[in-house]
Design a protein around this ligand. Structure first.
Ligand code: MRU
Length: 351
């Protein structure tokens, strides 16, 4: 099955290659990047998206700048760090990865491109390993409750990560273990990560997928045998609140109402212990044109205003389990999240 996993971020011949996610599923095109500013533009314009993938890409962006500035004073990389940090605000993995690259630089007087490239490659391979571990842990939870159908939102697969997926990694692993009959995939307006990317990844893996309009979720949870809603995260705060793709919060409310369990899957690097609660998260708002146009075709009158927050925040109290590579937090709150930080491999209670 892993043969079909897409490797959407590649480093080759001192060049970064990114699969252009804007044109999937019609075209599979890799774009090549040589500078940090072009990498930042690729993140901003959604050539690459998904919290872990954004972090990995930013790390390679610094590696590109380091190749250009090899042997120069470390301050020469400041513009590269600044332009990448300004590319998107919500996914903490971006800032986490830049921080790791900065730490590699801190002990040096001059830029060592080899050291920075090694760090970027490590960030990438560690994310993939974390995905595999989360896949096993999340599938374990599904096994405890009994398998069946699941519902997912946005794209959290190999396109959004170092190569396997967070929520989609759990779904891949659980499917392999015979625990999943069918995946309901929200189309995920306005950018359609669900229909264009998740459905594409699942179809490649021959995992049965049923695409639904976002607004069909309540009906599906009421009428179909869905056991778990499984989503990723862009930032998780110290109390277990979760920022993720707009529409996630509605799903959590719906899941609780219908007695369906709600799982968030994210690497430890997605947890921002510096923020006490989700109220402090900077939620990105993107252009109104993402709502008013689809592939260049107008959907709404020119004069109409449109509000386009692209993430929302789900309170920890609506989440049954947060799955990380360091352990599973059941019923997340300030105490259970803090125990995960301190002890790793923490499981607060059986699901
Ligand atoms: O705007 P996007 O496509 O970058 O948003 C992506 C999401 O919200 C994902 O669910 C999240 O990053 C987790 S990806 C493993």
């Amino acid at each position: 099955m892993t043969d079909t996993i897409v490797n959407a971020i590649k480093w080759t011949d001192n060049t970064l290659l990114l699969l252009d996610q804007r044109v999937l599923p019609e075209q599979e095109v890799f774009l090549s990047f040589k500078t940090a500013s072009k990498v930042a533009e690729a993140i901003q314009t959604m050539v690459v998206r998904g919290a872990p993938a954004i972090g990995i890409t930013a790390a390679y962006g610094i590696a590109l700048a380091a190749l250009d500035q090899h042997g120069s004073p470390v301050a020469s990389l400041k513009p590269a760090f600044a332009v990448l940090a300004a590319s998107r605000p919500t996914a903490v993995n971006l800032f986490w990865a830049l921080q790791r690259m900065q730490e590699r630089l801190d002990s040096k007087a001059i830029v060592d491109a080899n050291a920075l490239l090694a760090e970027a490659l490590l960030i990438h391979s560690e994310d993939l390993a974390a995905n595999m571990a989360m896949g096993e842990a999340g599938a374990g939870l599904i096994q405890e409750t009994g398998g069946g159908c699941v519902l997912t939102h946005c794209n959290t697969g190999s396109l959004a990560t170092g190569g396997f997926g967070t929520a989609l990694g759990v779904i891949r692993t659980a499917f392999k273990q015979g625990l999943i009959d069918l995946v309901y995939a929200d189309e995920t307006r306005p950018w359609l990560q669900g229909s264009r990317l998740t459905a594409w990844e699942l179809a490649k893996d021959h995992i049965p997928v049923m695409l639904i309009a976002d607004s069909a979720a309540a009906y599906v949870l009421k009428t179909k045998p869905v056991r778990w809603v499984i989503v990723g995260a862009d930032r998780i705060t110290a109390n277990g609140d979760v920022a993720n793709k707009i529409g996630t919060y509605s799903l959590a409310v719906l899941a609780r109402y219908h007695g369906v369990k709600f799982m968030v899957v994210a690497p430890f690097s997605t947890i921002d212990f510096a923020l006490q609660s989700g109220q402090q998260i900077n939620v990105e708002e993107r252009s109104a044109d993402e709502l008013k146009f689809i592939q260049g075709r107008r959907l709404a009158p020119d004069a109409v205003n449109a509000f386009n927050p692209v993430f929302d925040v789900t309170p920890g109290g609506l989440i049954d389990a947060i799955v990380t590579e360091r352990g599973v937090v059941v019923n997340p709150d300030i105490q259970s999240m803090s125990a995960l930080k301190t002890n790793g491999k923490y499981q607060s209670a059986p699901a």
